[in-house]
Design a protein around this ligand. Structure first.
Ligand code: 5AD
Length: 351
């Protein structure tokens, strides 16, 4: 098993030829543990309302420049039907932390998806109450995504104001992940790469924490500055000195993805939209070649998609859904992979 020192060494490696070795190791681990299938998860951004004030995020509560929307059950159902039509195995319902999404309302929708389709249901709705998480699990939800963003508790507190005016607590986030696992969800988490103030040591600790938490899904992507946010404007946190600050680059994104595959070989890892945003031509394919086995095509109705602007120029805005759907199959096959069928949950028994 790869050690913390080796993780650190790869994170700071700049020699392109040596990095080929890392890509090869990650691709081999991917093939051995999760095979050639690339699972498609249809992403439905069900609301951009958010109660939180995360310093980097474009849909943070204080950002008044964004028009807020919340999809109706009928609108969501339309997206679900398209997921079925396209042969996807999973729908992911994601939103800001929107308390206007009522727990029973969503439970009824989950129940309908689970009774009328074969789809797996993933939720990504922020730090909701344990009883709500339990209600949705009982309604049939299979998985929940909640990134911890950074394992550095001090940095976490500085970029995430809490709802009580105090700095947000990493421990609360980690406790919620434990609740999710206890409820029987497949649990997903992840981090941003290159947030100002993030050191190589802290990023290496993030990757080590993925293993410790025994996560089923891990999403990692470069931080992208949003000019309408405090951190995007250079407030709240400052970059560390040269050589200490992790750069928010495409290359660093692939390194973290590849290392994540090595430390959590069985996990489902998406080739994230943040990577595709930095390299629209081939970011998704390179992610698939360097550890990823999941792609999350965006099914949000086009009239709302631009409003879910957590960072500027999200890659998914640039093409129609139908075109994307056709292109993504070709792209998957072009790198020698197959399109996964079925829900595509974690394959192996944990432990
Ligand atoms: N840049 C990159 N990723 C971001 N996220 C939110 N804002 C940004 C940003 N400015 C990520 C967070 C969140 C996920 C849904 O999107 O990691 O958990």
């Amino acid at each position: 098993m790869i050690t913390r020192d080796e993780i650190l060494r790869w994170l700071t490696e700049t020699d392109v030829a040596r990095l080929e070795e890392l890509w090869t190791l990650a691709d081999a681990a991917r093939k051995q543990h999760v095979g050639d299938a690339v699972h498609l998860r249809g992403l439905i951004e069900i609301s951009n309302h958010c109660a939180r004030q995360c310093g980097y995020c474009g849909i943070r509560a204080p950002h008044t420049g964004v028009k807020r929307y919340r999809l109706s059950a009928d609108e969501i159902w339309g997206c679900v039907e398209r997921a079925v039509e396209y042969g996807y195995g999973t729908v992911v319902m994601q939103s800001g932390e929107d308390w206007g999404i009522r727990a029973h309302w969503l439970a009824a929708l989950i129940r309908r998806i689970k009774t009328e389709t074969e789809l797996a249901v993933t939720l990504s709705l922020g730090e909701r109450h344990a009883d709500e998480l339990a209600l949705w699990r009982a309604a049939g939800a299979d998985r929940y995504l909640l990134r911890f963003e950074t394992s550095d508790a001090e940095l976490y507190g500085r970029i995430h104001p809490g709802t009580d005016g105090q700095p947000g607590r990493l421990d609360d986030r980690l406790a919620r992940l434990r609740v999710l696992k206890e409820l029987g969800y497949e649990a997903g988490s992840g981090v941003m790469i290159g947030i100002p103030g993030q050191s190589y040591q802290s990023l290496a600790a993030d990757i080590a924490l993925f293993r410790e938490l025994d996560l089923d899904m891990i999403g990692v992507g470069p931080y992208l500055a949003h000019p309408a946010t405090p951190i995007g404007r250079g407030e709240w946190v400052q970059p560390l000195a040269d050589g200490e600050q992790v750069p928010a680059t495409e290359l660093m994104g692939y390194k973290v993805l590849a290392l994540t595959r090595l430390v959590c070989p069985e996990a489902n890892l998406p080739s994230t939209t943040a990577l595709a945003t930095l390299n629209y031509e081939s970011g998704r394919e390179l992610g698939l070649m360097r550890g990823a086995n999941v792609i999350m095509p965006n099914l949000t109705p086009p009239e709302y998609r631009c409003l879910y602007e957590i960072y500027p120029a999200k890659a998914c805005l640039q093409e129609s859904e139908e075109d994307f759907h056709q292109a993504i199959r070709r792209r998957i096959e072009s790198v020698g992979r197959t399109v996964g069928t079925g829900p595509g949950g974690r394959l192996t028994v944990k432990g």
